[in-house]
Design a protein around this ligand. Sequence first.
Ligand SMILES: Nc1nc2c(ncn2[C@@H]2O[C@H](COP(=O)(O)OP(=O)(O)OP(=O)(O)O)[C@@H](O)[C@H]2O)c(=O)[nH]1
Ligand SMILES: [Mg+2]
Length: 461
Amino acid sequence: MDTPIAQDTIAAIASALGPGAIAIVRVSGPQALPLADAVFRGSGRPPSQRPGHSVCSGMVCAAHGEPLDEVLVLIFRAPRSYTCEDVVEFHCHGGGQSARRVLRRALAAGARAAEPGEFTLRAFLNGRLDLTQAEAVQDLIQARSERAADAALQQLRGGLRQAVAAIHEEGLTALTPIEAALDFPDDEMPTPILAPIGPALERAAAALGRLLETATEGRLLRAGVRLVLAGPANAGKSSLFNALLGTERAITSPQPGTTRDTIEAAWPLHGIPITLVDTAGLRAAACAIESDGIGRTRAELGQADLQLLVLDGAGPLDDDARATLAAPAPAGRLIVLNKSDLPPALDRAALPPGIPVIAVSALTGQGLADLRHRLVEMLDADLLSDPAPHAVIAERHRLLLACAQEELSAARTLFDPAAESGWVLVAGHIRAALEALGELSGRHYQAELLDRIFSGFCIGK
Ligand SMILES: Nc1nc2c(ncn2[C@@H]2O[C@H](COP(=O)(O)OP(=O)(O)OP(=O)(O)O)[C@@H](O)[C@H]2O)c(=O)[nH]1
Ligand SMILES: [Mg+2]
């Protein structure tokens, strides 16, 4: 992907291919309107003579006039479009074939096939979106829960952009008087001019802290959590899996060794996208297939963020249960004593200390609400409250904000209005913080960074 942007006209199918009512072919660039005139036949004025934000209907035709699809054409004129360029969207019949024909026609008429994310890249390069907003487009498309979608939308609407711009402003407020003082080293700087520096650095640090606090939430909302149910055979893992999902997804039976393959399902909990994984019971395998299944359980545990270690609370702590407790496991672990509808027989004192224990019945649903609550608590206590939708930072943002925080903290420590000798260092730290913020918002960028961000996008976005 070349930057700065080439002045060519790009085209791509912007909707998912497959059955659906409508498919969209999007064209953006200086030749978008003449191209629409060349490929489209409708009544009234040609697209290039119509105003922005207008719609017309007609046919996309091949060069020799044969109709390819009946379409609606949406016209957007620069700069009032997604990319800030002239944009034409052909709304074709869904299902893929029509859109492919219209795209081929647009390419034959002179457009270039767009690269992944190239429309959004243009929106960024043309200044309509900053980098955090461009990233939010992808977050929104990939959102796996309501809460993730809310956070992405807030980011797209400028939630992070504004917060970062405000910190940048505070940095400049602190830097400007110091730079003035450095430019005129012989002049004694009057105290009122230096007075805003300390408070501006304090405010910037506090605002940085608030953004950094959203890092865990950001990670949970974007990446989701792998929650693996594992434990001895017949403890009721599959029953619990079904009870949590509210559907009979996995086979359960009184026979130990029922589950062989791992089974996973999406289970949004408190707006956090969770992948719930049911696994084969851990015991001395009765056959090669079961042994294969147990190998898969171990592999799952290696990738898990959290483990629900399911034990039969109505039975004694047998060797399989002891082996499960001793096996390698993720840091986040919760022991679930299942079958609490039956008289308890498991000696809780024999369980290893430090792992929270909760009694449930997958059969009656007893304790399940408590289990959900404990899980959310384990994921992040802050997520328990249901705050207004807000943008949350991603790992790229966290690294840059942490760098800015470190630089500003060094500037605060070193800043002494009476000791002019340290001001060069203070200014250097503030500038480094501003640079990190500039990289975050895309004020400064390198082509590789843009490639890394936009190559993960879909084509047509
Ligand atoms: N009374 C009672 N029985 C349960 C409960 N949960 C599961 N069971 C029974 O325990 C047996 C085993 O349940 P599964 O859910 O298949 O157990 P599992 O841990 O998935 O077993 P494997 O896949 O073989 O490792 C079945 O007969 C279930 O009906 C419960 O909470 N109470
Ligand atoms: Mg099972």
